[in-house]
Design a binder for this molecule. Structure first.
Ligand code: HEM
Length: 403
């Protein structure tokens, strides 16, 4: 048995559209074995077992989050400017940044947003109801998170469209293979996003408000504060980390409900199950498929040596279907408990926006089921198209029947 698994072929190619449409069958042989070394443009390691993924995510002493710089990466990260980013940093830099941003990004600020998120979701769904049809992505999943994060940052409604467009272009740029120069439109979006935030930060320095940007401008730890470049880097990160991810939680979650009408009915009749249903959506079809780490020196995991600095993909989406960890992992069960998925990562980089994403997801799903009690997939056999990113897994569109 062990030898058969060792010999199972591994296919990992996020640039293949068919692979992106359904990566899960390709993960199966991976989580049955130790880390897999391969070469795709560059040498890399793939980690898929739940136990290995959790251990590496927690092990910041041996696994760095700082990508070794290359001209390719330098141009990709240019959107953040020159400052370190909380998600791509190690202690002590990470400790300092996380402490400072956590002073502004507080649980209370997130809790206070709840009524406003309900209002936005209700108005989006009222519009869909008036039109008598429901395209999940365009009508709800795309606009809701960008409206919420924009309000949180104090960005005016008239800027939402631009903001969403720049963010989409920046997110999609993660599919540009190493060695290929960034297209002009990507560079332009990088530039526009930075210029926009430089202006916004200046405005908040002059006229502080009750928003997150103002809170970050004034966030201090003793004499320490975020520099202008650190602030811009963090706001751009929030935009990228907070928008597309939550959009995909809503889209992938609605698809899972549509494909499992018994679970949809269970949730509709038992709305108190919503928080657990959200956890199952996160586990079952993870908005973020993979995180990256870089060994600080040669390391051995389950007998496999990963050389220093080798990009190591922690495929949390595979770990979330590891049969060692989850019973019947391929089943979508909204009552699953316990459900220790890794959709938000683990350890010191655990998602800062997890409670916001959970709240937005829960409000989006419950408002939808209240608005459209007879919701189902329009055409369960229709082929689905996914957006251009592998790391952020999300649908381009999803039409549902409402009566
Ligand atoms: C369903 C939605 C979301 C998912 C699945 C998700 C997933 C993740 C994951 C896997 C990480 C860890 C990355 C790593 O270890 O390398 C992470 C980190 C992070 N996320 Fe989220 N995220 C979501 C929503 C959000 C939202 C709404 C925000 C903010 C508005 C946000 C902000 C962040 C930040 C700032 C970090 C970096 C934390 C650190 O490095 O200390 N995320 N997220």
């Amino acid at each position: 048995m062990a030898a058969a698994i060792e010999n199972e072929p591994i296919y990992f190619n996020p640039w293949d559209e068919a692979y992106r449409a359904n990566p899960y069958p390709y993960y199966a042989p991976l989580y049955r074995r130790p880390p897999h070394l391969m070469n795709l443009f560059i040498p890399m390691a793939l980690v898929a077992r739940h136990a290995d993924c959790a251990a590496i995510l927690r092990d910041y002493e041996n696994f760095s989050s700082v990508p070794p710089m290359s001209p390719f990466l330098e141009q990709r990260l240019a959107v953040f400017g020159t400052a370190p980013r909380v998600v791509f940093s190690d202690p002590p830099v990470h400790t300092r940044l996380r402490k400072l941003v956590s002073k502004a990004f507080t649980p209370r600020r997130i809790r206070d947003l709840e009524p406003r998120i309900r209002e936005i979701a209700a108005s989006l769904m009222a519009k869909a109801k008036a039109n008598g049809k429901f395209e999940v992505m365009a009508d709800l999943a795309n606009p809701l998170p960008v409206m919420v994060i924009s309000e949180m940052l104090g960005i005016e409604a008239r800027d939402y469209e631009n903001f969403k467009h720049w963010s989409d272009v920046v997110v999609e740029s993660d599919m540009i293979p190493p060695g290929v120069p960034l297209p002009d439109r990507v560079k332009e979006s990088f530039g526009a996003l930075r210029a926009f935030f430089i202006e916004e930060i200046e405005r908040r320095r002059r006229e502080p408000g009750d928003d997150l940007v103002s809170a970050m401008v004034s966030a201090r730890d003793d004499a320490d504060a975020l520099t202008e470049e650190e602030l811009i880097a963090f706001v751009v990160l929030l935009l990228m980390a907070g928008n597309e991810t939550t959009t995909n939680l809503i889209g992938n979650g609605m698809l899972a409900l549509g494909r499992n009408p018994d679970q949809l009915e269970l949730l509709r009749t038992h709305p108190e199950l919503t928080p657990r249903a959200i956890e199952e959506m996160l586990r079952y079809d993870c908005p973020v498929q993979s995180a990256a780490r870089y060994p600080k020196h040669d390391v051995v995991i389950d007998g496999v040596e990963i050389k220093v600095n080798t990009p190591t993909f922690i495929i949390v989406a595979a770990a979330n279907r590891d049969p060692e960890k989850f019973d019947h992992p391929e089943r979508f069960e909204i009552t699953r408990d316990p459900n220790e998925h890794l959709a938000f990562g683990d350890g010191i980089h655990f998602c800062l926006g997890a409670s916001l994403a959970r709240m937005e997801g829960a409000i989006a799903i419950s408002t939808t089921l209240q608005t459209f009690p007879r919701l189902k997939l329009s055409n369960p056999d229709a082929p689905l198209t996914y957006k251009g990113s592998y790391f952020l897994r999300g649908l381009s569109s999803l039409t549902m029947a409402v009566d």
